[in-house]
Design a protein around this ligand. Structure first.
Ligand SMILES: Cc1ncc(COP(=O)(O)O)c(C=O)c1O
Length: 379
């Protein structure tokens, strides 16, 4: 009998039944009063969840569109922007910003490490930046940036917009928009919210909204804050068709988060990630991210000598777990396993068990069962 496949890549993440039920509902008109009410409630709940007093945008698209949306609304051609990159997704901002005619300065960490708040501060002292981008969790490395500490520094630079890419973090890692001094935060529905791919969610604080106003017309149309603000405040209005079923699914996700308690959810992510990491290390794997910088939403796991990436991940899929390959220079040298969103203990145990079965089938020599034993002692 074939094993069910758990989607343990770092997004999309496993979707629970009550969320897929919302995606499978009969679609209604986007002007349907019940849907309009649901959409309005969702936007309010998302603002409350992240303690964000400004605007929250829920728009059809992926995380990359959110990156464009963030940059497009607070910068204009010729502005200086500081990109703080801790890996592949931080680097993605370089291309986005250069295409927009921005002057890009880059702080680039070695993979597995993060740029410190002090390094950022000394760069900010050199010249005026219209904005700075920081990737909270870079999905290519599994390292997490100290966004709260960076936010404290950013309070000394009131003319610089602080953009945080939360795609692999939001709803899994602790993030509070206003408390942390973040001006723009965004994510995608398919990550720690545990919904299928298809929605971007972006929170913009007062400073970012004022900056948008001060710029006047921007070249971009679909991602323009000014086009969406009337809709987010009154979803009975139309700008572009909302993804009706995805909005319902996201609403259910937020309900589940509130039922669990946001703080409890963040603590769960910390506990599960520490247990998984210990378990992987007990088996004999090494992790790419520095211990002090590790995030709690995914792990990037380096192969020991003698394990072939494709063979390992193909066998692992047969054993019931989909893991992702590593990116860029680490392709073939590591695999990536997500542990964010609505995953229960069964899923965590199944993942480690499938990794152990795979290693045994590949003839890898290690202390059989040590991964599961370590998990039992730590979860
Ligand atoms: C940190 C980060 N930023 C941006 C993106 C791009 O998001 P998407 O693939 O949804 O366009 C990803 C995708 O994994 C990501 O992990």
């Amino acid at each position: 009998m074939k094993n069910n496949k758990l989607v343990m890549i770092p997004g999309p993440t496993p979707t629970v039944r009550s969320i897929t039920d919302q995606m499978g509902r009969e679609t209604v008109a986007f002007g349907d009063p019940a849907f309009v009410r649901d959409f309005k409630e969702l936007v309010i709940n998302l603002k409350t969840l992240l303690k964000a007093d400004g605007e929250c945008f829920v728009v059809a698209g992926s995380g990359t569109l959110a990156m464009e949306m963030a940059v497009s609304n607070v910068t204009k051609r010729g502005d200086n922007i500081l990109i703080v990159s801790n890996g592949f997704f931080g680097d993605r901002f370089i291309d986005i910003c250069e295409r927009k005619g921005l002057n890009v300065d880059l702080l680039q960490a070695a993979w597995g490490e993060v740029i410190s708040p002090e390094e950022i501060e000394s760069k900010l002292k050199e010249k005026h930046y219209a904005a700075i981008t920081v990737t909270h969790v870079d999905t290519s490395t599994g390292a997490g940036a100290p966004i709260q500490e960076i936010g404290k520094i950013m309070r000394n630079y009131p003319d610089t917009i602080y953009i945080v890419d939360g795609v692999a973090a939001t709803a899994g890692e602790r993030e509070y928009v206003d408390d942390y001094g973040i001006d723009i935060l965004f994510t995608g529905s398919q990550k720690a919210f545990g919904v299928a791919p298809g929605l971007l969610i972006l929170w913009a604080g007062k400073k970012a909204l004022e900056r948008r106003k001060s710029i006047g017309t921007i070249p971009e149309y679909y991602v323009d804050f000014e086009k969406w603000i009337p809709i987010m405040n009154d979803p009975a209005k139309y700008f572009a068709t909302p993804a009706v079923n995805m909005i319902w699914a996201l609403k259910e996700s937020v309900r589940l988060i509130n039922e669990e308690g946001a703080e409890a959810r963040y603590d769960r992510h910390t506990k599960v990630s520490e247990a998984i990491n210990k378990s992987l290390e007990a088996i004999g794997f090494k992790l790419l991210a520095n211990e002090k910088d590790r995030c709690s939403t995914l792990s990037v796991v380096l192969y020991p000598e003698g394990i072939n990436d494709l063979e390992f991940r193909t066998k692992l899929a047969e054993e019931g777990v989909m893991a992702a390959g590593a990116l860029a220079a680490y392709a073939g040298k590591a695999f990536r396993v997500g542990h964010m969103g609505n995953i229960d203990d069964h899923t965590v145990y199944s993942t480690i068990a499938a990794i152990e079965r795979t290693l045994i089938k590949l003839g890898y020599e290690y202390e059989k069962g040590i991964g599961l034993k370590t998990l039992l002692e730590n979860i």
